[in-house]
Design a protein around this ligand. Structure first.
Ligand SMILES: *Cc1c(COP(=O)(O)O)cnc(C)c1O
Length: 227
């Protein structure tokens, strides 16, 4: 049942890769387990989904403590500075970095614990007021400011598109995030290329992949919440 669902989603990923001229190996599925319990997260692992994402430490805790490093953990929720201590050392990827104070705190905790954290800078491309993330104009100054902070690797950019009944309408949001990523590399601020684009959710992942997503965060399409 879950295996079938995973195979169907993988087939949709593959088809989107073909349409976008991409290699399927360059697109990682991250399974968002925030809606489901430990048993379902274990089932996801058994079905071959090794990257798991959560948006709150409180909800993740039981699952994280049972699974630990049998999965690669991604933190995708809005993060308050005083909660960073719960996340660094447990989640090697943080997708929601949207301000300097947060990056500095992640760096401080990473140095303290002698770990590296791969971060995605979250941009509110659509400008929806309900969405977290920095304004596009704030991106290059932020990259400049965090350059050289120990323990941080800028893995890429992250965005959430507005929910659209017609997923095609999300395309400009994803295209813009890719252009913003290119602008970081063109500006030559970092000593390494920024390659990651964390974009696409259950409703719109195929469009996001066509536009260059390297990582799609999939919840309901893979792991529907239990009754
Ligand atoms: C919940 C969540 C997802 C997954 O959402 P689905 O629509 O269920 O795929 C992806 N990204 C973030 C940041 C989320 O909070």
């Amino acid at each position: 049942m879950l295996e079938e669902r995973v195979a169907q989603v993988q087939e949709r990923v593959n088809a989107a890769c073909r349409r976008g001229g991409r290699n399927a190996e360059d697109v990682r599925i991250v399974a968002v387990t925030k809606y489901v319990d430990l048993a379902a997260a274990e089932a996801a692992l058994a079905a071959g989904l090794h990257h798991l994402a959560e948006n709150r430490w409180q909800n993740a805790r039981e699952k994280w403590e049972a699974i630990q490093d049998r999965a690669v953990w991604h933190f995708i929720g809005h993060l308050q500075t005083n909660k960073v201590k719960d996340v660094v050392g447990r989640f090697p990827y943080i997708h929601s970095v949207d301000r300097l104070a947060l990056a500095e705190e992640i760096s401080r905790r990473a140095a303290e614990r002698d770990v590296e954290v791969r971060i995605f800078l979250q941009v509110n491309v659509s400008g929806e007021e309900s969405k977290y993330g920095m304004e596009p104009d704030e991106l290059l100054p932020l990259v400049q400011a965090i350059r050289g902070l120990p323990g941080l690797i800028v893995e890429g950019l992250m965005t959430m598109a507005p929910y659209e009944a017609e997923p095609e309408e999300t395309r400009p949001v994803f295209r813009r995030l890719r252009e913003l990523k290119d602008s970081i590399n063109e500006a030559g601020i970092l000593s390494y290329p920024v390659k990651g684009l964390s974009m696409g959710m259950s409703n719109d992942f195929e469009v996001a992949i066509e536009e260059g997503a390297t990582l799609v965060r999939l919840g309901s399409v893979l792991l529907p919440s239990q009754p």
